[in-house]
Write a protein that binds this ligand. Structure first.
Ligand code: NAP
Length: 213
């Protein structure tokens, strides 16, 4: 797939690298310097390059949205028209201090993005600390994979997201329609707060157990 990365920081930089190494065409965009984007593309190898947000979004089969919430309007403006595109968002609607949700509980950041852009939005990768991404990718051939919840209301967009989740080394768990992001976003914040409690990087992870009758 052609994947445009909007926001090439901890999440976007790592996920873009993983997608490139999984064989996708990746355009890294939106960082403070073009040099950083070029370095990311060079280090990712494969078919990765640096570009503008508009170049990343143009002809993309999927756009990964990985910016801090206060930057959202700016990056969307620079990306241009995203209506009808697949957006996979790992962005959480947090305040400047990254401590509180600014959209909850009767809506979600993912739903607001869908309304704002007219895109087919899937919320994914929100519940995972960026520090574990490379380890999960490297362990993708292990017999068991960590679970990754995702949600969205557009079936073919969800298939795209599930393929990317699988390529990143996770087992995708379909949590339902996009409105389920009202629950997964606070859950992601809780996981983040617990994981980083020690201030020395993530100290815990979680997994789901399925109880089948
Ligand atoms: N980090 C995690 O473990 C994690 C986990 C789950 C969800 N999330 C969510 O994912 C989203 C991204 O998080 P992150 O940790 O990846 O954030 P981040 O590392 O700060 O990345 C944000 C990106 O936006 C760029 N940026 C910020 N301001 C800019 C500006 N004025 N002009 C151009 N580029 C600008 C940054 O550029 P530079 O690279 O040059 O700074 C960076 O590439 C957030 O909504 C967060 O809540 C993060």
């Amino acid at each position: 797939m052609r994947i445009g990365i909007l926001g090439s920081g901890l999440m976007g930089g790592k996920l873009g690298t993983i997608f490139a190494r999984a064989g996708h065409d990746v355009v890294f965009s939106y960082a403070h310097s073009k040099e950083k984007l070029k370095r990311l593309a060079r280090d990712a190898g494969g078919n990765a390059r640096a570009g503008t947000p508009a170049e990343a979004a143009h002809n993309a089969d999927a756009v990964l949205l990985a910016v801090n919430w206060p930057r959202m309007d700016d990056v969307l403006k620079k990306a241009g028209d995203l209506s009808g595109k697949v957006i996979v968002t790992c962005s959480l609607p947090l305040n400047d201090a990254n401590t509180e949700l600014v959209v909850a509980h009767k809506s979600s950041g993912a739903e607001q993005l869908a309304t704002k852009t007219g895109a087919h939005v899937v919320a994914a990768f929100q519940t995972v600390p960026s520090e574990v991404l490379f380890d999960v990718f490297e362990g993708r051939d292990n017999a068991t994979r960590p679970s990754m919840v995702y949600c969205g209301s557009h079936e073919s967009a969800k298939k795209v997201a599930a393929a990317l989740i699988r390529d990143a080394g996770f087992d995708p768990v379909d949590a339902g329609s996009l409105r389920i992001a009202r629950y997964t976003e606070p859950f992601a914040l809780l996981i983040g707060q617990l994981a980083y409690e020690g201030n020395e990087g993530p100290e815990l992870a979680y997994r789901f157990e399925r109880f089948v009758r």
